[in-house]
Ligand binder design. Structure first.
Ligand code: ATP
Ligand code: MG
Length: 155
C-alpha cells in the first residue's frame, strides 16, 4: 500500500548514507553525499528509501576494490536529479540495456560472490515510473557506473 505525501529527499539521503556507511567502510569504500537544498517530491517515503537503498547497495556491492560512492541530489528547474556514482567494475555496453530486466545479472569474475536476485533495478525502475520520473545509466568497464534518476518536484 502506498502513501504518497510531499516528501523531502534530503533527510532520506542522509539516512541511507548513515545506514550504509559502515557497510561501505568494511568494503574500503568512501560513501559521501552532496545534497544542499531540500528536494520535495510527491512520493511514498518508503519507496524513496527503497529506490536509493537499492542503487547505493549496488554501488557498494559492485565495487570490489574499494573506491568512492557518491550520492547527489540537485534540483533542476521543476525536477530533482538524483545521482549515484561509483568507481566499481562497471557494466559492459552490450549488457547495459538488460540490467533493468527482472532476474538479469551481469557475470563478472570479481563480483561472482555477490549474492543477489537480479530484482533490485527492476524494482527501482518501477518506482521511478510510478512517480512519473525517468532514469538512465552510464558505465564503463573498470571505470565505474553512474545512475541518474529524475523525479518531478512537488509544487
Ligand atoms: P538484488 O535483487 O539483490 O538487487 P542484483 O544486485 O544482482 O540483485 P540488480 O540490482 O537488479 O540485481 O542489478 C542487476 C545487475 O546489474 C547486477 O547483478 C549487476 O551485475 C549489475 N549492476 C547493478 N548495479 C551495478 C553497479 N553499480 N555497478 C556494476 N554493475 C551493476
Ligand atoms: Mg541490486
Amino acid at each position: 500500500i502506498e502513501h504518497r505525501t510531499p516528501t523531502d529527499l534530503s533527510p532520506i539521503i542522509l539516512e541511507i548514507v548513515s545506514l550504509m556507511g559502515s557497510r561501505a567502510e568494511r568494503h574500503g569504500i568512501c560513501l559521501r553525499t552532496e545534497c544542499e537544498e531540500p528536494a520535495i517530491v510527491l512520493a511514498d517515503p518508503k519507496r524513496m528509501e527503497e529506490l536509493l537503498g537499492n542503487l547505493v547497495s549496488n554501488a557498494i556491492n559492485y565495487s570490489p576494490d574499494g573506491g568512492d560512492v557518491i550520492l547527489k541530489a540537485e534540483t533542476r528547474g521543476k525536477w530533482v536529479e538524483l545521482e549515484v556514482k561509483d568507481s566499481g567494475v562497471g557494466i559492459p555496453p552490450e549488457e547495459l540495456n538488460r540490467i533493468f530486466d527482472k532476474f538479469y545479472r551481469v557475470r563478472h569474475p570479481k563480483t561472482r560472490k555477490v549474492i543477489g536476485t537480479g530484482l533490485g533495478l527492476s524494482i527501482v525502475k518501477g518506482i521511478v515510473e510510478a512517480h512519473h520520473g525517468s532514469m538512465d545509466v552510464e558505465s564503463a568497464p573498470d571505470k565505474g557506473t553512474t545512475f541518474k534518476v529524475m523525479l518531478p518536484l512537488f509544487e
